[in-house]
Design a protein around this ligand. Structure first.
Ligand code: FO1
Length: 314
């Protein structure tokens, strides 16, 4: 079994290839829940949904999140009632959030509901939210103009304010009291190998690693751990990593990614365009492997997945 640590959109793109390169039932995906948010009385787990919808083949291929062929009738009416509409919830997607919220209110755990939702979509891989406890990524920014510190939920920073504010700090609220999901540490212990998906190292992989016991489980893991850099030529393929990594002291480069994971990572797949940075990665005692990492579609994701599986088998 292979365990993949994942955020949302970037990870989903890669996993779409991975399940074509290996038996999907042998894959366990551990997904970030630091981006989860309560809106309109609903529990929304964006990264979990991006992974489940993508593995089910029903994700919107352009946005990377939400369902394809989505309609937005409910959102329009929420606006009429003065409800928040900055976070776009499609009509079909709303069913997922309403169902999840009701099951949680009935006493089910997020792990249980996630399993149910994934199975109902015919997903053959195991999808585990990183924790059943509330962890919320907070981004402390400097408000433009006033210079005041503002403590924002990640989605307020990223979606509502379009990642415009200079970032001072990133915090994972609730992380100290959160337990890894019941299946998380046993999955790592039983895994043949671990993959760190090309996700934001600060707000996607960071919360998973910050859960008590996860980082030490990876350090003590006997199999191989291979990552894929989400940064190419000093810039993220998508998302706000270029603004978040400096705020926590990481260099925005594949070397910064290698440094962030160096205590448990054996190999980092970097883009061909970054080959010249390979010696710096090797100096961190991480094996750099240049490959084409930009995934425009499923064929490229599958080729990249085969490269990663080849490295895991070495
Ligand atoms: N991202 C946006 O940029 N704008 C949105 O309105 C938005 C809505 C949304 C609704 C459901 C969902 O599952 C994801 C959604 N996302 C949206 C994506 C999400 O904010 C991020 O991609 C992840 O949280 C980062 O991994």
């Amino acid at each position: 079994v292979i365990v993949a640590l994942a955020g949302g959109v970037g990870a989903a793109k890669f996993l779409r290839g991975l399940v074509r390169a290996m038996p999907p039932q042998d894959l366990t995906v551990v997904v970030n829940t630091g981006d989860d948010i309560e809106l309109l009385g609903l529990h929304i787990s964006p990264d979990v949904d991006s992974i489940v919808y993508t593995l089910a083949g029903v994700a919107d291929p352009v946005r990377g999140w939400g369902l394809h062929n989505e309609t937005w009738k409910a959102l329009e009416l929420f606006g009429r009632y003065g409800e928040p509409t900055w976070f776009q919830l499609g009509d079909g997607d709303l069913a997922t959030h309403i169902h999840r919220t009701r099951r949680l209110a009935d006493g089910a755990t997020l792990s249980q509901v996630t399993t149910e939702i994934a199975q109902s979509w015919g997903v053959q891989s195991t999808v585990i939210p990183m924790t059943d406890d509330p962890v919320r990524t907070r981004v402390i920014v400097e408000e433009a103009g006033s210079g005041r510190g503002l403590d924002l939920h990640f989605q307020e920073y990223f979606v509502k304010r379009q990642a415009q504010d200079p970032v001072r700090e990133v915090r994972f609220e609730g992380i100290e009291d959160a337990k890894p999901a019941p299946a998380l540490l046993p999955s790592i212990a039983d895994a043949d190998a671990v993959i760190v998906c090309p996700s934001n190292p600060v707000v996607s992989i960071g919360p998973i690693l910050a859960l008590p016991g996860v980082r030490s489980a990876l350090r003590n893991f006997n199999g191989k751990v291979v990552g894929i850099s989400p940064i190419i030529r000093g810039a993220p393929v998508k998302g706000p990593a270029d603004r978040l990594m400096p705020a926590v002291g990481m260099e925005v480069s594949c070397v910064g990614v290698a440094d962030a994971y160096r205590d448990f990572l054996h190999t980092l797949v970097i883009d061909f365009a970054d080959t010249e940075r390979a010696p710096e990665i090797a100096a961190l005692e991480v094996d750099p492997v240049p490959a084409p990492t930009l995934m425009r579609g499923v064929p490229q994701a599958t080729v990249l997945a085969r490269t990663v599986l080849g490295l895991l088998a070495q």
